[in-house]
Design a protein around this ligand. Structure first.
Ligand code: PEP
Ligand code: MN
Length: 352
């Protein structure tokens, strides 16, 4: 159930409305926009007697929310949510400016991380990605540097000012990862790890929630609801390709999911063209499509020497290719009414 208040509603009236709902054992969530304030009610809707609420002072309308997701639903928020991972403009996801997160699939060492961070920053990225805990298909493949990788990420953030985005795979890692990272990534394979999602709902860090390999849009939104239900409202959704019968690409980028999500939720939607296509040559066209379809940002894998990468080398861009991508995306961003920072002059000798 959502209650839209009158534009001139007073604080006393708002408090009174909330009390009337909470006394019934329901929870309320207030979303203040410039033009209107919305009170979302969560709990057994049968308890609410619509008529009685409509007549309360300050109430304009009362509408049931039929969707199974509540806090994540578009109706629950007065305005689209902007998630901030730091103070800088580049660390905001959901505003007019497109958010760009770039970096290696895995943190492989301090030097490669530092060089990549400098290169992607110069090219216009606003945040640095890099996995310290890696969800690998094979238990014998490189599993990431773990805590040492987290420390490297934090060091490179101190040097470059770039907020860091890194994956957390397990509830036991949440505290440590949250100590080091600015944004906690939930990987596709963990999208329905409900214990992990609930744990992340109790930390004060934004969550980048990647769509599961075979998850529907509704399941993705219900996963976001798990995080939000525990109190953490800073969730960024990420379309990263889904599994289909097609084998020429690693996954199939579900472009339609972008406008569908934007219609269903107030949460920002990012796209990962690297994992979607699984090939470096597909990153640019998929990124263009994502921007055109209304994505709020992109997360892209970049490596100093993709052929030597310990994970996902095939889909990783070189520094030059990433800079070229940032330039090539400009007209698409402009056509979509979005801003995108232009690369500054990139001195590769310095970046290396
Ligand atoms: C990653 O971002 O490196 C990753 C493992 O992504 P996904 O969970 O989408 O496969
Ligand atoms: Mn990867």
């Amino acid at each position: 159930m959502i209650i839209v208040t009158r534009p001139n509603v007073t604080t006393a009236e708002l408090d009174h409305i909330r009390e009337r709902i909470e006394v019934l054992g329901m929870r309320t969530h207030v979303s203040r926009g410039e033009l209107r304030t919305i009170i979302g009610c969560i709990g057994d809707e049968a308890l609410l007697q619509e008529a009685a609420l409509v007549s309360l002072p300050g109430v304009e309308s009362v509408t049931p929310v039929m969707k199974p997701y509540k806090l994540a639903s578009r109706e629950f928020a007065a305005e689209p949510t902007i998630v901030r991972a730091g103070d800088g403009a580049g660390a905001a996801v959901g505003g007019r400016r497109l958010a760009v997160i770039a970096g290696p699939c895995s943190v492989e060492g301090r030097d490669m991380l530092r060089a990549t961070a400098r290169a992607v920053k110069a090219a216009g990225a606003g945040m640095l990605r890099g996995g310290a805990f890696k969800p690998r298909t094979s238990p014998y493949a490189f599993q990431g540097l773990g805590e040492a990788g987290l420390r490297m990420l934090a060091e490179v953030r101190a040097e470059t000012g770039l907020p860091i985005v890194t994956e957390v795979m397990d509830t036991r890692q949440v505290e440590t990862v949250a100590e080091h990272a600015d944004v906690l990534q939930v990987g596709a394979r963990n999208m329905q790890n409900f214990a992990l999602l609930s744990e992340l709902g109790r930390v004060q860090r934004p969550v980048l929630l990647k769509r599961g390999l075979s998850a529907t849009v509704k399941e993705l939104l219900m996963a976001a609801e798990y995080v939000m239900a525990q109190g953490n409202r800073d969730v960024i959704l990420c379309e990263r390709g889904i599994r289909t019968f097609e084998t020429s690409t690693r996954n199939t980028l579900d472009v339609a999911a972008i406008p569908v999500l934007k219609a269903e939720t107030h949460l920002p939607v990012m796209v990962d063209p690297s994992h979607a296509g699984g090939r470096a040559d597909l990153v640019a066209p998929l990124a263009f499509a994502a921007i055109a379809a209304g994505a709020d940002g992109l997360i892209v894998e970049v490596h100093p020497d993709p052929q030597q990468a310990l994970s996902d080398g095939d889909q990783s861009l070189t520094f030059h290719a990433f800079e070229a991508l940032m330039r090539a995306m400009q007209p698409f961003a402009a056509a979509a009414g979005r801003e995108l920072p232009l690369p500054v002059h990139l001195d590769l000798r310095e970046a290396a």
